[in-house]
Write a protein that binds this ligand. Sequence first.
Ligand code: NAI
Ligand code: MG
Length: 527
Amino acid sequence: MTISEAVEGSEIAVEPELLAGLESGVTTSGVVEERFDVEAPFRGTVVGQLPACDDDDIEAAFDRAEQGQKAWEERSIEERAEVFKRYHDLVIDHTEDLLDIVQLESGKARRHAYEEVLDVALTSRHYAYRASDYLESEQREGALPGLTETEVHHHPVGTVGIISPWNYPLSLAVSDAIPALLAGNSVVLKPAEQTSYTALKAVELLREAGLPRDVFQVVTGFGQTLGEPLVARSDFVCFTGSSETGRIVASQAGEHLTKCSMELGGKNPGIICADADINKAVEGLIRGCFTNAGQLCISIERLYVHEDVYGQFVEAFVDEIESLQIGASYDHDVDVGSLISEDQLEKVTEHVEDAKAEGATVLTGGTGRPDLGPYFYEPTVLTDVDESMALCANETFGPVVAVYEWSDEDDVIERANDSDYGLNASIWTEDIDRGREIAKQIETGTVNINEGYAAAWASIDAPMGGVKNSGIGRRHGDEGIMKYTESQTVAVQKRLGMTNPPGVPHWLYAKLMNTTLKLQRRIPGMR
Ligand code: NAI
Ligand code: MG
């Protein structure tokens, strides 16, 4: 079946031409031997096939990426930045096409797909205008004041390998690549097999914005086959996905002594204080728990509600959830879309059924919605969850949140921190100073006060990432670009050398130096 026949047969509002042609963006070493199906989760239909690349294709992609990198690095930062200023506008101009493909492959609601367009635009803008500041060579204090001139340069590492997941197929395919490219690197991307058309569309627009073809290579197929050869050739590995796979990729990077960043899973806590604005908390936590049907690394899966407002909050939360519109639609007004796949539906169902069997109470949801599409699952709120249940401590990655009551602040902080993960947290209070105090005690890479996740994520100027099993390294801000560079220190020694001058015996030199050191520590401005 051809792509266009498949799309027509799937009763979905995507123009067949949108997909046809994208395959030419995949790098292969020659003849494609195997292909894999791409599915549209809304109906469970196959909408296309893409090359299941192998080691040889990875080698071909790195050969091209390495070839293209030198000329790209030699361009000025300003020239590189122009590409991303144009990309910012192109992505906005192509919003509708991008949303169609994201929804086609992921089954998410259109409003959640739109967050990806925003993210790519914000990231492009931030780094296009800030990269030259971040990357500028700097003067540093020399070994001997006045005699040593020391500067630091920031060189690109070379070729960055990116492995991305399916949950944010547009953002996570290109937003980490943008700073890597601005720093003068080339990129080889292995997008999630479920959502590679989105990645190919995003890269097509980058090329349209003026990025040279060789500088960004896309290899489609499965991580189990492509991960190892990709890590072996990368000068930096940027991985986003499950903690389990992250551990495998990080250990491979370790074998090659290759730097890496890992943005992994979360079991993110939300804390509602007694003085929280309940209406705001309900609205924010519906987004915080059910955006992209909960398939979001920073979404809230554990909710701790102060006893004074527990009843009020839970009632309002459940009421509002029950009025959400769930469905397979390409309109902006649907609140919650589908899960991505049968695997994901199985995992969510297993977590909820296991919790039910062990005594959890379902306040709303708790069941699939095959009437809406094969992988739909209702937004679900559980209570009476305890450690005997798999979902208590493990990431569900679905529209499921467990609600608990609290009374003592130290105790709730301890419970929020009682996790192997440490990605994101959400705190709801009208006392912002108190919220800030609590935030500092939470062991996560980001904390959102009076918001679920978006405030910290969209602060592109500030680092974002996880502690504990949630990852290594950060994206966004200075760390999000400097990680793709190697710093180089160049020191020039002038006049006197770094040892005893001619005619001064070494014992005297040592005495003079000791006196100088003691003086230096005591004179402000010389320390
Ligand atoms: P995954 O982490 O296995 O897949 C993410 C990416 O890694 C994909 O591009 C995949 O092809 C690649 N990959 C898979 N195995 C690999 C390997 N051995 N070496 C190198 N790359 C490899 O996630 P998957 O299998 O799609 O989902 C499994 C579970 O992971 C989900 O149920 C969910 O709970 C969790 N997950 C969490 C994410 C997060 O951001 N927190 C994102 C995606 C999945
Ligand atoms: Mg996997």
